[in-house]
Design a protein around this ligand. Sequence first.
Ligand code: G1P
Length: 289
Amino acid sequence: MTVRKAVLPVAGLGTRVLPATKAIPKEMLPVVDRPAIQYVVDEALEAGIEHIVFVTGRNKGAIEDHFDRAYELESSLNKKNKQCVLAELERSLLKPGAASFVRQQAPLGLGHAIWCARDIIGNEPFAVLLPDVIVKASKSCLAQMIEAYDKIGGNLIAVDRISRDLVSSYGVIAPKGEQNGRLIEMSGMVEKPTQAEAPSNLKITGRYILQPEIFALLEDQGAGAGGEIQLTDAMARMMEHQAFHAFEFEGKDYDCGSKAGYFEAVLAHAIDHEEIGDEARAMIQAVMS
Ligand code: G1P
């Protein structure tokens, strides 16, 4: 069965980038000229996703508004004949009926957030994209994963290699056997391991393709690392019954949930930007000199 739906858990409080996120959702922080969440939605759409389920929380209304029409703004731009800006706004709309919003009522963890989408996903495979992570790639990271999934099925987790001293901030997979191209067989995974416990330096990047059986496991998943219900723990249990592969994608990921990662994302997207790229490079050089 093809992957048609994606879950974007956007209920997180953004504490790592305070005070910027005191009054606006972290997902709405701009990366050059569009909010971070737009990059993640674009990645999903480029991969052929037809329906996006946003798992939101309080004070996240700006995300809904961003993907909706803004009549007053559009009519004012129309009167001023600003067709280019209008076209850009049109591009960021989600098709009518192609998005759902469900609330995670308490911050119980990523696993709980994904579980909140169970009724809307139903009984089909689905993608998860963590909106803190922007992946810059020539082909959308999720599109690469869906291409691999269409050949091998099961469950897929995007991974990338990090320095060993960073493993305790992430989920880490235990590889097994030979790597077959971008696909890595796995024997397990652990959330936020210490450096000594970490089974590898392959971190879970924040892109997943999962079978719907995960919901039954999430339903009774106890709290794990940080006292939260962890998706990684439920996936580790599901590995006993279902095939899992790690997928080493082509591209570079930026963790916009941290100050340094967000800044790096802005720099990387500014220097490659169609309109301001040359200027941005020159400015960076001038600031450095
Ligand atoms: C989450 C996942 C973790 C993954 C990370 C990627 O952690 O639980 O496995 O490595 O995203 O950014 P969080 O950033 O929510 O602590």
